[in-house]
Design a protein around this ligand. Structure first.
Ligand code: TTP
Length: 512
C-alpha cells in the first residue's frame, strides 16, 4: 500500500525523463539506414511474427500498436521493419538496451541528483541548479530563449490560438510570477538543454515532465511525445487531475484503484477531493488515506533517490500458450539459462561497481491444469544469494521446488510428489538479485566484504565460519532454522522480511 511522504516546505524542481520508443531508437542507431522508416522491435518468438515490444513513431502513424503481433503489424504497415531483439542462451538479451540506458544516465547525472527508475526512465532533482539560475541568471533577463525551450508545453497555458512559442516565452519570462513558477521556468530551460545534450552524446531523443514533485513530473513526461517536454505549474494541477482516470496514476492501477471506483465511485483522481482525509483513512488506513488525500491535490514528498545503478538485477522468460513448461526438468533447464545470465550480471556489477547482491528471488507465473484454483498465485521465494552460476542454479531450483510444493498444496520432498503429477504449467519464470549493497571503500573482494560486515570483535576464524554458514544451506527454509548466522545477517533479514511486499513490487517494476 502506498505511504504518504510529507511535501517539503520549499518548492523542488523535479524532472522525469522518458526515452522515446527506446529499443527502436537503439536499433536505429545501430543501423542508421532504418532511421525515419517505420520500425518495431519484436521479441524472440516466431509465433504470428513475434510480439512487438517497442514501436517507432513512424510506425505508430500507420496504426501499429505494441499489443500487435508482427504479422498484424505487417498488415497495417506493409513497409514496417521488424527488428528482432538480440538473443543469447535462447532468450532475449537486453544488454544492448541496458547499456544504452546507462549512457543516457551518465549525461543526465551531471546536472543533479539522478534516480534511474527503469531501463529508459530517469528522475532528476534539479532544485539546486534551478535555484542558482534564478539567483544569477533568471529567465526574465535572458536576451533570447532557445527554440527547444520555446517548444515546451506549459499545462494550463497553451490554450488559445495565439502563437504558442510567444506564449511560452511570456510565461517563462514573467516578472510577476511567483517563486515556484520561476523555478519551474528555470527547470524548463535546464531540462531542454539536457535533452539536447543527450541527443548530441547518445543520438537518442527523449521527452520530459517538469514539476514540483516526482508524481506530477512522471504524469507530464508522457503527455507530449516524442522529443518534447511538459511543465506542470501549480495552478494547473487541479485541472490536470480532474480529468485523469485513477488507473493512469502510479500505484492506482491495481486493486486500490479498483476499490476507489467500486467503493467510493471515484473515477478520476480529482473526484477524491470531495472526501475528507479522515474518511479516506477510515476506508484505507491512516497511511494510504493520507497518501490519497495528498494525491488528490497533486502533492507528493517522495524524494529522488541518488541512484544511478539499478536497485536489482533480474532476468526472466515467458512461455506462452503451447510453450508452457510442464516438467521439472524443463524448468531446471531454463533456470540454468537464467542463472547463467544473472551470474554474469552480478559478477560484472561486483567488478565494475563494487556492489554485492545479497538476495536471490524466484518468481513464476503458473496455472493448474485442473483449474480449480486458477486465481491462486505462484508464491515468490527468496534466499541469500551465493555467487557462481552453478550455486545460483542449485538455489533457484530449490526455491522453485519449494514454491511449487506450496502452490500445489503438496508437503514432503519426494521428487514425484514435488512434480505434483505434472498438473501445473509454468508460463513465466524469472530470477532476480536484490538487496544490492556497495562494498565499503577499499574492500575489493566479496569474501573481504562479508568479513568486514561482521562485528569487529569476531576472530578471523569465526568470520570464516560465519561466511561458510551463511552461504551453505540445503533448502531456503532451512537456513532460518538450522544455521546461526552472524548478527548482521539477522538484521538484514529482518529488514528484508519487513519490506518484502514492497521489494517484490519494486523489483518487478525497476529491474533494469
Ligand atoms: P516504454 O517507455 O513503455 O515505451 P517506449 O520507450 O518504447 O515508447 P514511448 O516513447 O511511448 O515511451 O518502454 C521502454 C522500453 O521497454 C521499450 O522500448 C521496450 C521495453 N518494453 C518491453 O520490453 N516490454 C513492455 O511490455 C514494455 C511496456 C516495454
Amino acid at each position: 500500500m502506498p505511504v504518504a511522504h510529507p511535501e517539503p516546505q520549499d518548492a523542488r524542481v523535479i524532472a522525469h525523463i522518458d526515452m522515446d520508443c527506446f529499443y527502436v531508437q537503439v536499433e536505429q542507431r545501430k543501423q542508421p539506414e532504418l532511421r525515419g522508416k517505420p520500425a518495431a522491435v519484436i521479441q524472440y518468438n516466431s509465433w504470428k511474427g513475434g510480439a512487438l515490444i517497442a514501436v517507432g513513431y513512424e510506425a505508430r502513424a500507420f496504426g501499429v500498436k505494441r499489443s500487435m503481433r508482427g504479422d498484424e503489424a505487417k498488415k497495417v504497415c506493409p513497409d514496417i521493419q521488424l527488428i528482432q531483439v538480440p538473443v543469447a542462451r535462447d532468450k532475449s538479451d537486453l544488454t544492448l538496451y541496458r547499456d544504452a540506458g546507462s549512457e543516457v544516465v551518465a549525461v543526465l547525472a551531471r546536472k543533479g541528483r539522478c534516480e534511474r527508475a527503469s531501463i529508459d526512465e530517469v528522475y532528476l532533482d534539479i532544485t539546486d541548479v534551478a535555484t542558482s539560475m534564478l539567483l544569477e541568471n533568471p529567465p526574465e533577463v535572458l536576451e533570447s530563449v532557445d527554440e527547444e525551450v520555446l517548444k515546451s508545453h506549459i499545462l494550463g497555458v497553451n490554450k488559445d490560438d495565439r502563437d504558442q512559442k510567444q506564449m511560452v516565452k511570456e510565461w517563462l519570462c514573467r516578472n510577476d510570477a511567483d517563486n515556484h513558477d520561476k523555478l519551474l521556468a528555470c527547470g524548463a530551460i535546464i531540462v531542454a538543454k539536457l535533452r539536447k545534450e543527450v541527443l548530441t552524446v547518445t543520438e537518442f531523443t527523449c521527452s520530459a515532465g517538469i514539476a514540483h514533485n516526482k508524481m506530477l513530473a512522471k504524469l507530464a513526461s508522457g503527455m507530449h511525445k516524442p522529443a518534447q517536454q511538459t511543465v506542470v505549474p501549480s495552478a494547473s494541477i487541479n485541472e490536470l487531475l480532474a480529468s485523469l482516470p485513477v488507473k493512469k496514476m502510479k500505484q492506482l492501477g491495481g486493486k486500490l484503484g479498483a476499490s476507489l471506483e467500486s467503493d467510493l465511485g471515484v473515477h478520476n483522481v480529482g473526484d477524491l477531493l470531495q472526501f475528507s482525509e479522515e474518511k479516506l483513512q477510515n476506508h484505507y488506513g491512516v497511511n494510504t488515506g493520507t497518501w490519497l488525500w495528498n494525491v488528490a491535490r497533486g502533492m507528493s514528498g517522495e524524494e529522488v533517490k541518488g541512484r544511478i545503478l539499478p536497485k536489482s538485477q533480474g532476468c526472466g522468460k515467458t512461455f506462452p500458450g503451447p510453450r508452457a513448461l510442464r516438467t521439472i526438468e524443463s524448468v531446471e533447464h531454463w533456470l540454468g539459462a537464467l542463472c547463467e545470465e544473472l551470474s554474469d550480471r552480478v559478477e560484472s556489477d561486483l567488478k565494475q561497481n563494487k556492489r554485492v547482491a545479497q538476495t536471490l528471488t524466484l518468481h513464476a507465473r503458473a496455472y493448474k491444469v485442473d483449474d480449480s484454483e486458477s486465481q491462486k498465485k505462484f508464491p515468490s521465494k527468496s534466499c541469500p544469494l551465493r555467487y557462481g552460476s552453478a550455486k545460483l542454479h542449485e538455489d533457484a531450483r530449490k526455491l522453485f521446488e519449494s514454491a511449487l510444493r506450496e502452490y500445489m498444496g503438496i508437503y514432503g520432498t519426494d521428487k514425484q510428489a514435488v512434480a505434483g503429477g505434472n498438473n501445473w504449467r509454468i508460463i513465466g519464470l524469472s530470477v532476480a538479485a536484490t538487496n544490492i549493497l556497495a562494498t565499503p571503500q577499499g574492500v575489493t573482494s566479496i569474501t573481504k566484504f562479508f568479513s568486514t560486515s561482521n562485528p569487529p570483535s569476531s576472530s578471523s576464524l569465526e568470520c570464516d565460519r560465519n561466511i561458510q554458514e551463511s552461504i551453505s544451506f540445503s533448502t531456503p527454509s532451512v537456513i532460518i532454522q538450522d544455521v546461526r548466522p552472524p548478527r548482521w545477517i539477522w538484521i538484514t533479514r529482518w529488514i528484508w522480511i519487513k519490506n518484502w511486499d514492497n521489494q517484490v513490487h519494486q523489483m518487478r517494476r525497476l529491474s533494469i
